[in-house]
Design a binder for this molecule. Sequence first.
Ligand code: FAD
Length: 320
Amino acid sequence: MRKNDRMAFARTASREEENPLDCLIIGAGPAGLTAAIYLARFRLKIAIVDAGKSRAAMIPRTHNHAGFPGGISGKELLERMREQALTFGAEITPGLVEGLDRKKDLFLANAGDAVFQARSVLLATGVVNNPPSMAPQIHDAAIAGGQLRYCPICDGFEVTDKRIAVIGTRAHGVNEAVFLRMYSPDITLIAPDGNHVLSADEQSLLADAGIAVLDGPCGGLRLEGERIVVQVRGDTLSFETIYPALGSVIQSELALMLGADATPEGCLVIDRHQRTSVAGLYAAGDVVKGLDQISHAMGEASVAAITIRNDLTKQRRLYR
Ligand SMILES: Cc1cc2nc3c(=O)[nH]c(=O)nc-3n(C[C@H](O)[C@H](O)[C@H](O)COP(=O)(O)OP(=O)(O)OC[C@H]3O[C@@H](n4cnc5c(N)ncnc54)[C@H](O)[C@@H]3O)c2cc1C
């Protein structure tokens, strides 16, 4: 935040000082919405701000989320959770939180013209997958059709015995290819940019698993009927599904600005109760180091919500 913005921000916020939120939730994916349901039912004063880019909204149909034997689309799951949160009085403001600051023991957050002042903040901002180089509309159509997938744990089962490519290299690419080998004998690991960077151990692991290894660069991904094709060093290769293993951008900047501990990649480090290293700042879901799954995001968010309630009670800050 620039200095002038910061001063204006602090001035606006001070007008609301008398009546701060108990908790500001940033992000309304599975983590943020679960926390909202819990905290609203604890009768805490909360607000949720969401930029509307939940990874869950990209899921054409999840089949590993318990309770839905026929599967459920990510959009529908989010809609149901949102409706549940609203039922108990939660309010969701669309917007991007651009700044998060502390003034004494209150947090100040701004999203466009809106300013929020809160005793605690839950960061549930998720991650963004790095896509392979391809046109966004082709990318989205390929996700919807299942020709492009980002999560073998989630949907490897759906590609059993299919012809699969993984775009990636090093440990991440190797682990993803080896994981998918449980599902199909036809796996190709393609380096995204140039030659593969693989240790002798990794090379022998891939060879033992019968995984084909191709140097890149690769690009020009497009759909061809039910399949997805990719150009690899002048050759056109066709697959039923491609998994990019190109890493993610962790949406943790707001916490990092406040000095929260994180891994070198930017995943927030938390204690057993979802507290970050900054007092009053909690985190749940993909933004936290650990498994990136809906059920895990929900579990972490429920722990965070209970911790927030308990911590505020200990500070005698919930009695009105
Ligand atoms: C294609 C695909 C398929 C998947 N399939 C499955 C599956 O079958 N099963 C499964 O368990 N998992 C699946 N996942 C993973 C699952 O989607 C994530 O684990 C889950 O969405 C994480 O929830 P979250 O709430 O932490 O983050 P998200 O759902 O990503 O939500 C984060 C929210 O925070 C918002 N946000 C970020 N920064 C800000 C900010 N500064 N201000 C305001 N809002 C902000 C974002 O816009 C977003 O709405 C899949 C993921 C993908 C991409």
